[in-house]
Design a protein around this ligand. Structure first.
Ligand SMILES: [Cu+2]
Length: 601
């Protein structure tokens, strides 16, 4: 190469560098993480159990970015079973390939292999989280995601002095996924947690846990931004800090109008940003969390565990013998307190953080959420002939995962994996919230039915809780690929003439998970402007596992910029599933099994 050519190359490289820099300024920065998933022994509550965790820690590593950044996470599966990871609440524009739910957007990462997720941050700002999306592995594979404002901008509230993360979790005894598989097959109740945790620790109100209780050290007079993640597997949680008020300023990666409260109600899947000022006398104060039990009022043997951590003031003083417990923490069955808190939430809806609630709805869906009975016949369950097993469903369809992921089947036009006939209404209308509903209408069937939406469709979904099988309770519904506006919430049966008149179209909360109240309804809206295959489900994993789940396929728009991106060069292969699960015995999986180890990616 002569000198002139070299000069040109150098100039060209310089130009590329500048272009890359400009792109970075527009697109944000790029970060790389490695998550190694491996079994590790943890001793909690006098017992040593092995758990699958990321990078040896529970909760797992924190991802920290600025709004608009991109993150590559290489997930190495050194565990014993296939696993996937979901980036909860991150919309992933046009990029369902990295969303994570197994058999929806990908097949599991096999033991001994790895997969790199590309996580594209767009409008999210605040706190979100990541978690495994295979079986109930997320009980131990999860962590927080912090999304700071764009470089050069700041929070829409006075900058806090410091920040703190609280991850709420649940603890199980034994091999959780093995117990789960057995329970699914026999059709009985699914495993229950033995304790709840704050940052991985149950706290000093329980045996063998005093030394490991999580401590948060604060300075008197300072204001803190507390980022709370509910990573609990199957329970709504009440949380409070003794003698300290909390001001909610954000939720699910979007800002809210500030509300000051002495406790919060937080559903699994939800995240909240709270301001706390350390304005009490020097001392120790419990922060405590307990389950909000919304199911049958007669049941008394639910997990009544109170998890605690200690907020401790720095300084020279005599530490009192025991911290004070928050008197404002609602009791387990306090439906009123739960509803009182959730109905106060509003979007910030400011000039800098505007919202865009769809007003002209083009697709309306009315979806019942039910506990159901499922005939064992024609499924892979092992209950006795003629016996029914427990199930749950949406519009009386109990979701069944296919043997290869829906996204691949959709993208490659593979038939026989799913059908597109998810109904916009339940098969029958009855007094959904009535007492003593006949068991005959609780019978459901497995299905892999998706709802197809055109690009830019303005969607309204009303979720109606039901009392089928006397199983009324809350359902925190979560939508992948989107955030949605909660325009209405109410008790009893939804009245489609009168209830919409009360919809909040001005400043409804913008969230990715929101609870449908017990024996009540929830109305939400969103614009289907993110093409892809997106899972939606109850985030109480008990209900999701029983089939309270569905899929939206959002079609491409007319341009490349409104279409699904190309798949990554490598995706985990769809081999025979590594774990047994309840499926239709004549489903696609059966066919895949016969010609085992067909590589589909
Ligand atoms: Cu549910």
């Amino acid at each position: 190469m002569n000198f002139k050519n070299k000069e040109l190359v150098v100039e060209f490289l310089g130009f590329l560098f500048l272009v890359a820099q400009c792109l970075c300024m527009v697109e944000g920065e790029i970060h790389f993480y490695d998550f190694v998933l491996r079994e590790k022994n943890f001793t909690k509550m006098c017992n040593t159990e092995s758990m699958l965790v990321a990078n040896g820690s529970l909760p797992g590593p924190v991802i920290q970015v600025h709004k608009g950044d991109t993150v590559y996470v290489n997930v190495h599966n050194e565990g014993d079973y296939g696993v996937t990871v979901h980036w909860h609440g991150i919309m992933q524009p046009r990029n369902p390939w990295s969303d994570g739910p197994e058999y929806i957007t990908q097949c599991p990462i096999e033991p001994g292999s790895n997969f790199t997720y590309e996580i594209i941050f767009s409008t999210e700002e605040g706190t979100l989280w990541w978690h495994a999306h295979s079986d109930w592995t997320r009980a131990s594979v999860h962590g927080a995601i912090i999304i700071l404002p764009t470089r050069g901008s700041t929070y829409p509230f006075p900058k806090p002095d410091e920040e703190e993360i609280v991850v709420l979790g649940s603890l199980y005894s034994g091999n959780l996924n093995a117990m789960l598989d057995a329970d699914i097959r026999t059709g009985t109740d699914l495993p229950h947690s033995i304790a709840y945790t704050i940052n991985g620790e149950p706290g000093d109100l329980c045996d063998c846990s005093k030394e490991t209780t999580y401590r948060w050290m604060v300075d008197q007079g300072k204001t803190y931004l507390l980022r709370v993640v509910n990573a609990v597997v199957a329970a709504d949680i009440f949380f409070a800090i003794s003698q300290h008020n909390l001001t909610v300023v954000g939720m699910d990666g979007h800002y809210t109008k500030p509300i000051t409260t002495s406790y919060i109600t937080i559903s699994p899947g939800q995240t909240m940003d709270l301001l706390l000022t350390a304005n009490q006398s020097l001392g120790q104060y419990y922060m405590a969390a307990r389950q909000f039990w919304s199911q049958s009022i007669q049941v008394s043997d639910f997990n009544q565990f109170n998890t605690t951590a200690i907020l401790q003031y720095r300084g020279n003083y005599t530490i009192p013998s025991s911290p004070s417990f928050p008197k404002t923490l609602p009791l387990y069955k306090d439906v009123q307190s739960a509803l009182k808190f959730t109905t106060r939430l509003r979007s910030l809806a400011s000039k800098e953080h505007p919202i865009n609630v769809p007003l002209n709805i083009t697709t309306k869906m009315f979806i019942t959420l039910s506990m159901n009975d499922l005939e064992c016949r024609n499924t892979t369950c092992t209950a006795k002939e003629g016996e029914n097993i427990l199930a749950a469903g949406l519009n009386n369809i109990s979701w069944s995962n296919p043997g290869i992921d829906i996204l691949l089947a959709y993208y490659r036009n593979i038939s026989g994996v799913y059908t597109t006939d998810f109904p916009d209404n339940p098969p029958s209308f009855f007094n959904f919230t009535g007492e003593d509903l006949p068991t005959s209408i609780a019978l459901t069937e497995l299905g892999t039915k998706v709802k197809v939406l055109n690009y830019n469709e303005a969607v309204e979904v009303v979720f109606q809780g039901t009392n089928l099988m006397a199983g009324a309770g809350i359902h925190p519904m979560h939508l992948h690929g989107y955030s949605f506006y909660v325009v209405g919430i109410g008790l009893g049966n939804f009245e489609n003439e009168t209830d919409p008149k009360g919809f909040n179209l001005v400043d409804p909360p913008e969230v990715n998970t929101f609870e449908v109240p017990k024996n009540g309804w929830l109305a939400l809206r969103f614009i289907a402007n993110n093409p892809g295959v997106w899972f939606w489900h109850c985030h109480l994993d008990r209900h999701m596992t029983w089939g309270m789940a569905g899929v939206f396929i959002v079609k491409n728009g007319d341009t490349v910029e409104t279409s699904i991106r190309q798949p990554p060069a490598y995706l985990p292969s769809c081999r025979v599933p590594t774990r047994p699960r309840l499926q239709m015995s004549d489903g696609f999986e059966g066919k895949a099994n016969e010609s085992s180890f067909i590589l589909l990616h």
